[in-house]
Design a protein around this ligand. Structure first.
Ligand code: CO8
Length: 260
């Protein structure tokens, strides 16, 4: 499939997705969100891709939110469909088996911040700006911020961002745990690639099961979550990677993981 609103390439087992509507600061319209869903379906079944980096086209924005010009005339029914379809694509990002990193290169507002929230890690350039400005527009978030933001940074800080619509810079985002690292703009992709490559070098089944353990566990009480971890741990002993990883340790050599 060809994509009109996304760029995509694979290098060294890393998939690079670029949100590509720079004239509107990569605003998320329904076409882009649909394409993102299709692309993620393809990536999900491609074992050659071991990690994914998502960024925005141009120097100014990761994504400045859902497309306001598309949303402005919507009825409630249309708005519901826009939210549900977008939510579907963004949830595919969250549940992608491979780890995902948002390389936030500028504005990540509204839906843009929500896309970043659905990634496993967020790395910000020093010029990144985050916010949930929906209350400035008379709407609520519709792509997951009321749920994912408080789970990441705690309800109090999340409510401040959600209820004021304030925009924060990269340093404050780091302080509240919204981003994992802050780097100079020129280092952003290098830092994202460094982390993605590290993940791509590990036993892929264990990386995927570990991500699944965190994601599923966040929706369970702690007792069930711990039981779930035990089951995943047991499952990892059914893989060749477990035998190889432990044998390599005992032989004092690097493991040669096959993802089996
Ligand atoms: N939608 C559509 N177009 C946009 C958007 C957007 N979210 N953001 C920027 N653009 C366009 C501008 O209209 C402008 O277009 P043009 O050149 O044709 O006039 C172009 O991008 C460049 O933008 P600016 O000239 O405004 O650039 P500035 O540097 O002056 O300002 C800002 C940058 C501060 C990022 C500013 O563009 C801005 O405030 N953008 C809107 C930010 C925002 O409110 N985002 C939240 C949108 S709502 C949302 O995401 C809800 C998600 C859930 C939806 C659920 C479905 C119901």
């Amino acid at each position: 499939m060809t994509y009109e609103n996304l760029l995509f390439e694979v290098r060294d087992h890393i998939g690079f997705i670029t949100l590509n509507r720079p004239k509107s600061l990569n605003a998320l319209n329904s076409a882009l969100l649909r394409e993102l869903g299709h692309l993620l379906d393809e990536i999900k079944t491609n074992d050659d891709i071991r990690a994914v980096i998502l960024t925005g086209s141009g120097e100014k924005a990761f994504a400045a939110g859902a497309d306001i010009s598309e949303m402005q005339p919507m009825t409630a029914i249309q708005g519901r469909k826009f939210s549900a379809d977008g939510m579907d694509s963004i949830t595919k990002l969250e549940t992608l088996p491979q780890p995902t990193i948002a390389a936030v290169n500028g504005f990540a507002l509204g839906g843009g911040c929500e896309v970043a929230l659905a990634c496993d890690l967020r790395i910000a350039s020093t010029n990144a700006k985050f916010g949930q400005p929906e209350v400035n527009l008379g709407v609520t978030p519709g792509f997951g911020a009321t749920q994912r933001l408080p789970r990441l940074v705690g309800a109090g800080i999340a409510k401040e961002l959600l209820l004021t619509g304030d925009t924060i810079g990269a340093d404050r985002a780091y302080e509240i745990g919204l981003v994992n690292h802050v780097v100079e703009p020129a280092q952003l992709m290098d830092k994202a690639i460094e982390i993605a490559a590290k993940m791509a070098s590990k036993g892929q089944l264990s990386v995927r099961m570990t991500k699944q353990g965190v994601n599923e566990g966040m929706n369970m009480d702690v007792e069930r979550g711990l039981q779930y971890e035990t089951e995943l741990f047991a499952l990892s002993f059914s893989t060749e990677d477990q035998k190889e990883g432990m044998q390599a340790f005992l032989e004092k050599r690097p493991a040669n993981f096959q993802g089996k």
